[in-house]
Design a protein around this ligand. Structure first.
Ligand code: PLP
Length: 397
């Protein structure tokens, strides 16, 4: 019979066998082993059990597995897997460090999410991983860069890009990369696997900021790397474990909750963004609208080829430049000014002064991210209310 202090310390066991209907949150930093022998076996082959929360956790692994299933759904991708991380940035860092060493280079585009540009252009070179920027929409430039520089070991890109909405041909870039034995990594945050499945088009790794659409409700920061095959999983998982970029179970659980409505949400995001873009395109106070669903967009037909809908992201410029844009953003009621995207509610953001503030202005402007660009993450509200709110804010400038 234990004494009172010991009873306080030890968890009581629940012997009833019914399973929880919803995914439980395993808030534990380690897992109890039945025997030393069991511990030794799992340490030898860590995929067979749980040991320590930085290595794996049943909540996190269930969510990672669901995302991997979505990325591979109805495709020829075999043995898909996912590794969740503490943020989108840590997913990017983890996959790059899993594949590259000092002396290697990344080939990428100039119009990535600002944080990714900062990592690839400013931070990684400090550790010997260099980068070359090129226009990845031009395959001749991609081929020329790979032929010229054999230290390029990885092509990293976003399609559509954030916030410019440039679309890169996934299948063709994957083909060229394979011809040169170079790894490809694609950020699929804007589309989610509901709209685009890069692994099926020959891309080696997909990453997400699952902070965004996969969660959908703006209440956790997480990331995920998805790939196929046991060898690659081991590489990414052991890098995550070594550098400690693991996700936490509560944040993963919030992503799981959000994903229950992902398919429905992506349909509504796309339909609202198309309607709002068409409405803005004909508005006298709007100078230009950038949305892949508009036939006027230069990448409209490529996006139709590799995406099942055009997504919820768009950008536009108001007549009168930056000062009118600022007045517009301040006057909106339904749309909130917030430096994130992919939530159920409409979010607006000014890339030049927010997400891309730390990107060299010359590089930013050369890639179409103007001072007056307003990015909109179109939510799932009633479209009539959104159009009325945008109209009211435009009338006030
Ligand atoms: N990728 C894209 C396209 C993003 O927009 C962001 C963040 O805004 C990230 C990656 C980084 O994600 P996180 O903020 O979850 O680290």
């Amino acid at each position: 019979m234990s004494r009172i202090g010991t009873i306080c310390v030890k968890d009581a066991k629940d012997n009833r066998t019914t399973k929880p209907h919803q995914l439980p949150i395993y808030a534990t930093s380690s897992f109890e082993l039945e025997s030393v022998e069991e511990g030794m076996a799992i340490f030898k082959d860590p995929m067979t059990g749980h040991l320590y929360g930085r290595f794996s956790n049943p909540t996190i692994d269930a969510v990672a597995d669901k995302i991997a299933q979505l990325e591979a759904h109805n495709t020829n991708v075999n043995d898909p897997w996912g590794v969740m991380t503490s943020s989108g940035m840590s997913a990017i860092t983890t996959v790059i460090l899993a594949e590259l060493v000092a002396g290697d280079k990344i080939l990428t585009q100039g119009n990535l999410y600002g944080g990714t540009t900062e990592l690839i252009k400013n931070r990684l070179p400090l550790y010997g991983i260099g980068c070359t920027l090129t226009n990845l929409t031009d395959l001749n430039q991609v081929r020329a860069a790979l032929q010229r520089d054999k230290t390029i070991r990885l092509i990293y890109f976003e399609t559509p890009s954030n916030p410019g909405l440039d679309v890169i041909d996934l299948k063709k870039v994957a083909q060229v990369a394979k011809e040169h034995d170079v790894i490809t990594v694609v950020d699929n945050t804007f589309c989610t696997p509901i709209i685009q499945q890069p692994l099926d088009l020959g891309i080696d790794y997909v990453i997400h900021s699952s902070t965004k659409y996969l969660n959908g409700h703006g209440n956790s920061i997480t990331g995920v790397v998805i790939g196929s095959g046991a060898q690659r999983k081991k590489k990414v998982w052991s890098t995550m474990k070594a550098i400690g970029t693991n996700c936490n179970p509560f944040d993963a659980w919030l992503v799981n909750n959000g994903m229950k409505t992902l398919a429905l949400r992506m349909k509504q995001h796309s339909s609202n963004a198309l309607s709002l873009s068409k409405y803005l395109e004909s508005h006298p106070k709007v100078a230009s609208v950038n949305y892949l669903g508009l036939e006027s967009h230069p990448h409209h037909s490529l996006s139709q080829k590799q995406m099942s809908s055009f997504g919820g992201m768009m950008s536009f410029e108001v007549v009168g430049g930056l000062s009118s844009g600022v007045a517009f953003m301040d006057a909106l009621n339904i749309g909130s000014l917030a430096p994130t995207m992919g939530d159920v509610d409409t979010l607006i953001m000014h890339p030049a002064s927010m997400s891309h503030l730390n990107v060299d202005p010359t590089l930013r402007l050369a890639n179409g991210i103007s001072d007056s660009m307003i990015r909109v993450s179109v939510g799932i509200e009633d479209i009539e209310d959104l159009c009325e709110d945008f109209d009211h804010a435009l009338q006030s400038i």
